[in-house]
Design a protein around this ligand. Structure first.
Ligand SMILES: [Zn+2]
Length: 623
């Protein structure tokens, strides 16, 4: 039965990919280091020619996500997710094809025709991206050049926000006029409806039209993890009380902006995060900017929201440890305990540092160097230490009841620690600090366990976790049948393209029973004819559906014969098997055709003759 063909490139992709020349796409693919790009999402370890890591598309504990730099492909042996670097960005980052090409072109310095605002609107999944980009540019230009932006530049100077930092974070100025932004955006072809949808404009109640939400404010664009502006925060410039306006004003939630799902500065911090395998989590815009100004570039901001599993997801796979940096006077709260648990859940380490009384990172770094700040960070205590200290402030730990409360609160977090050596180390620490024998603490942590089983290796935490972590997001596309002779033939051809000419004399596309394999054979023949040097991963772009992509990747990543004699023998074997099926398949086709032709026609006569001829060649077997 033919597989339903769902083209991977939708009509929008087709349309806009015409705007990026094919040579540019080739060039981008050639220069891109797939291990480097995917390394932003997955901790990859080199194993021989490939790199391996935990699959970002399904939940797993042992790495089955494989990346081949030589072939430019990724493949997961667990869930069969597969493709080239474009496809990864399209699947994982929900980019369109042209967006993925532009993103990589910028990263690897490939010159690409600049897109107009209109073109970006067409290329994007949402025109809101293009609008935010245009608005960010407008605000930034105002900050740099507009004489009326003087108060905004003054605030920058007072806050030690240098020219360079204003550029790196794309800071801007929203003019005091009622519709400066709206007018500028209308000129670039953006509609009022879109401006209102983005939250940048507000509909006038009395009359028709809309006005700017942000007026006379220092603007902080908020970028997603790819560095695209998707929202804004605006800081009032005059004393907000005198003006009866809030000091900070943020974009409302939109289809592309969800407040609890992003970390401020993540795109800029990415390289440093990977290098240090650690993230510093601070709070506000100016905290992040101050850190980066002083060379502490692995700092990201929560923008005042509590840490959520979305935040954890953004950092998981990039860093092993997070350090929560608290202001001197607001050392976390109940929400902190919950967020610590979220990080422990995914096997990350958590430490906590509290700045001196009355200091936040911004104020601290105005008077101290980055090194001094990092010295504080180095002294960050483990989350256990932090929670014990906090508990001591709220409960009397000298009292048995206070200690019992403390154990009750710490136990669930300690049970989450995967590494046994680490877990029992903390148990010992808690026991010592509370003056409780470790065995008692252990019994308290695992109350349903038989006394005999108190050895760490039998801690029930693991089993509990495993059942809870049953496939949350598992997606298992139908597994292909890789053992068929047509699959084996194609796999060999993919690795030894020069054999194609020989095969083409003996095998026609119609000889392939599997519609997807037939399509791959046709594409392969076309590629070879055009003299395309790179079979993988360029061929993936011509895959018409996810199964074809998967088959191709599997062929590329699978082991293949290299010895010429063996290759030749295997090839001969495949061709023989395929040719043996030919008469059978042809007869089947004739039977189908016979149903549609009229009785006694010349056509029917011809088909019957053909059928008899084939039957003599090879009798039909009923096996
Ligand atoms: Zn997977």
């Amino acid at each position: 039965m033919p597989v339903a063909v769902r083209p991977l490139l939708n009509s929008k992709d087709k349309l806009v990919s015409q705007l990026i020349p094919e040579e540019v796409v080739q060039e981008v693919l050639l220069r891109t280091d797939i291990v480097d790009v995917l390394g932003d999402y997955v901790q990859l370890k080199r194993t021989g020619a490939n790199a391996k890591g935990l699959c970002p598309f399904h939940q797993e504990k042992t790495p089955s996500f494989t990346v081949s730099p030589a072939k430019g492909l990724f493949y997961c042996f667990g869930c069969h997710a597969s493709g080239n670097v474009f496809r990864f960005l399209m699947q994982h980052e929900h980019m369109t094809f042209p967006e993925a090409v532009r993103f990589l072109a910028a990263r690897y310095g490939v010159r690409i025709p600049e897109a107009s605002a209109q073109q970006r609107q067409q290329e994007s999944l949402s025109p809101l991206y293009a609008l935010h980009q245009a608005a960010a540019t407008f605000f930034h230009e105002c900050l740099l050049r507009d004489p009326v932006a003087q108060p905004a530049r003054l605030v920058c100077r007072q806050r030690h926000i240098t020219h360079e930092m204003a550029g790196r974070f794309g800071l801007g100025y929203a003019p005091a006029a009622w519709d400066a932004l709206c007018q500028a955006m209308y000129k670039q072809g953006f509609s009022q409806e879109l401006l209102v949808q983005s939250g940048l404009a507000v509909v006038r109640e009395a009359q028709r039209g809309a006005y700017d939400r942000f007026r006379h404010r220092l603007m902080f664009p908020i970028h997603d993890r790819l560095g695209r502006p998707i929202a804004f925060g605006g800081r009032a410039l005059e004393s907000s009380e005198a003006m009866h306006v809030p000091k900070y004003l943020n974009s409302p939630e939109t289809p592309i902006f969800h407040k609890g799902r992003l970390l401020y500065g993540l795109a800029l911090a990415r390289a440093a995060l990977r290098q240090r395998e650690q993230a510093l989590i601070v709070e506000g815009y100016t905290d992040v900017i101050a850190c980066h100004r002083q060379g502490v570039t692995h700092a990201v901001g929560t923008l005042g929201t509590a840490l959520t599993e979305h935040h954890v997801g953004l950092l998981k796979g990039i860093v092993k440890e997070v350090v929560l940096v608290f202001d001197g006077d607001a050392a976390g709260g109940a929400a902190t305990e919950r967020s610590i648990g979220l990080f422990l859940d995914v096997g990350m380490r958590v430490r906590v540092v509290t700045l001196p009384e009355g200091e936040d990172p911004d104020s601290f770094l105005r008077r101290h160097t980055g090194e001094e700040f990092l010295r504080y960070v180095d002294e960050a205590v483990s989350f256990v230490d932090y929670l014990l200290t906090r508990a001591a402030r709220f409960a009397d730990l000298r009292h048995p009841a206070g200690r019992a409360d403390c154990v009750d609160r710490l136990s669930p977090l300690l049970r989450k620690i995967e590494n046994q050596v680490e877990r029992w180390g903390y148990v010992a620490l808690v026991a010592e600090r509370l003056g409780v024998p470790p065995e008692v603490l252990q019994r308290q942590m695992y109350p349903h366990q038989a006394p005999r089983a108190h050895t760490p290796s039998q801690a029930p935490a693991h089993d509990a976790r495993r059942t809870r972590e049953a496939p949350v997001r598992s997606r298992r596309p139908p597994s292909p049948t890789p053992v068929s002779p047509e699959y084996t033939l194609l796999q060999m051809l993919c690795h030894h393209v020069h054999l194609l000419e020989q095969v083409q004399h003996q095998v026609n596309p119609e000889d392939f029973h599997d519609a997807d394999l037939r399509a791959i054979y046709t594409v392969l023949a076309g590629r070879a004819l055009a003299g395309g040097p790179t079979i993988f991963p360029r061929m993936l772009e011509e895959a018409a559906n996810p199964r074809q992509t998967q088959l191709l990747t599997q062929m590329a990543m699978g082991a293949t014969l290299t010895n010429p004699t063996e290759v030749s023998a295997a090839l001969h074997d495949c061709i023989t098997k395929i040719r043996q099926r030919q008469p059978k398949a042809q007869r089947q086709r004739i039977i189908e055709q016979l149903r549609t032709v009229g009785d006694g026609t010349a056509e029917q006569q011809q088909l019957l003759q053909e059928y008899n001829r084939l039957s003599k060649e090879q009798p039909m077997s009923f096996s």
